[in-house]
Ligand binder design. Structure first.
Ligand SMILES: CCCCC/C=C\C/C=C\CCCCCCCC(=O)SCCNC(=O)CCNC(=O)[C@H](O)C(C)(C)COP(=O)(O)OP(=O)(O)OC[C@H]1O[C@@H](n2cnc3c(N)ncnc32)[C@H](O)[C@@H]1OP(=O)(O)O
Ligand SMILES: CCCCCCCC/C=C\CCCCCCCC(=O)OC[C@@H](O)COP(=O)(O)O
Length: 272
């Protein structure tokens, strides 16, 4: 009986392996499916650990989440090469902004997440079962993207509490995933918070995933991601009139870094 199960199991695994080799779509679906399963199962386990260790919603839970998610890269053959971590060593709170390419970004995020740092996420994520629960327990700030006034109100509240509670806040200023190898125009919420709280903005750039991950062509292989934490941009003395300038400055620096890290030729940069 047990031998029968073993043979069946081996046959199914072999078949999946062959299908993955033959069809990029099957390979993509299985790898993404496995990633989601890993997120769901480890979120459930991590939620129990968070509740036992810290008792409820607190940024301290991010340490447990970070340690868990840092193991995921080994399943997918992903390597991170990180530079500039010393730029996180600013005194007190800061806004961290980074490019957002895919749901796989959670691995890159946790690879360098500093202590006492929460993220801003769309409120729909809260309803993703155990994944929503772990985000809630980790202190993720949920915003309603469909209501500008409500999102702005939450962001302004964040500007006050991040200073009072001495936490850093991680925002994806593109406001949505974008896996084209370029940046979408930045939304200004992160920069408004930085100016309101008079805290520095620390840009983080991940190289383009397109060489190993592309949902359009169903590409998902192993790969290397270069990451750079750029020097903090001070906001002391800036007012709301300076937000557009601050946003543009940050966008240009990050775009230049993205192209450099991704080895994009300079002619392509100039023509886009
Ligand atoms: C253990 C296993 C675990 C498994 C893994 C699971 C989980 C890991 C755990 C945790 C990780 C969590 C990671 C979560 C990632 C989530 C990623 C996302 O969800 S990205 C999407 C959501 N984020 C954003 O949208 C942020 C960026 N957006 C903005 O900043 C926006 O500006 C906005 C505040 C949302 C508002 O957007 P909207 O489109 O409605 O309006 P505009 O941007 O056009 O702004 C209109 C207008 O208002 C001005 N403005 C904006 N903000 C402010 C403000 N705070 N104060 C004053 N004014 C503001 C803006 O400048 C515009 O005016 P103007 O045009 O005149 O400049
Ligand atoms: C009871 C309901 C159960 C639902 C189960 C859902 C299972 C999904 C499982 C795992 C998914 C892992 C997701 C990791 C978190 C990713 C966060 C993220 O990257 O969100 C996308 C968001 O930034 C922008 O969204 P859009 O690009 O605008 O869209």
């Amino acid at each position: 009986m047990e031998l029968g199960w073993l043979l069946w199991g081996t046959a199914v695994l072999l078949l999946l392996h062959v299908l993955m080799e033959l069809s990029p779509s099957v390979n993509f679906a299985l790898r993404i499916g496995f990633y989601c399963l890993l997120c769901v199962v480890s979120s459930a386990l991590a939620a129990v650990a968070c509740l036992l260790v810290n008792g409820g919603r607190t940024v301290k839970n991010m340490r447990i989440i970070r340690a868990t998610v840092r193991t995921f890269k080994y399943f997918f053959g992903l390597k991170f090469e990180v530079k500039g971590l010393e730029n996180f060593k600013v005194e007190g709170p800061a806004i961290i902004v980074s490019n957002h390419q895919s749901i796989l970004d959670m691995m890159g995020l946790m690879e360098l997440l500093p202590d006492d740092c929460v993220q801003v996420g769309k409120k729909e994520l809260m309803y993703m079962g155990s994944v929503g629960l772990i985000m809630y327990l980790g202190g993720v700030i949920f915003i309603n993207r469909k209501s500008t006034s409500s999102a702005k109100m939450v962001m302004s509240e964040v500007a006050k509490t991040m200073v009072a509670e001495n936490v850093k806040v991680w925002v994806y200023p593109e406001g949505t995933r974008n896996c084209t190898g370029d940046l979408l125009p930045f939304k200004k919420g992160a920069f408004h918070i930085a100016v309101q709280a008079q805290v520095p903005v620390i840009p983080v750039v991940y190289s383009s995933f397109t060489s190993f991950y592309n949902p359009k062509t169903k590409l998902f292989t192993s790969g290397k991601i270069k990451v750079e934490v750029l020097p903090p941009i001070e906001t002391k003395g800036l007012t709301s009139d300076d937000v557009t300038d601050l946003t543009d400055r940050c966008f240009s620096t990050m775009r230049e870094t993205l192209f450099r890290l991704s080895g994009r030729p300079s002619e392509a940069r100039d023509s886009s």
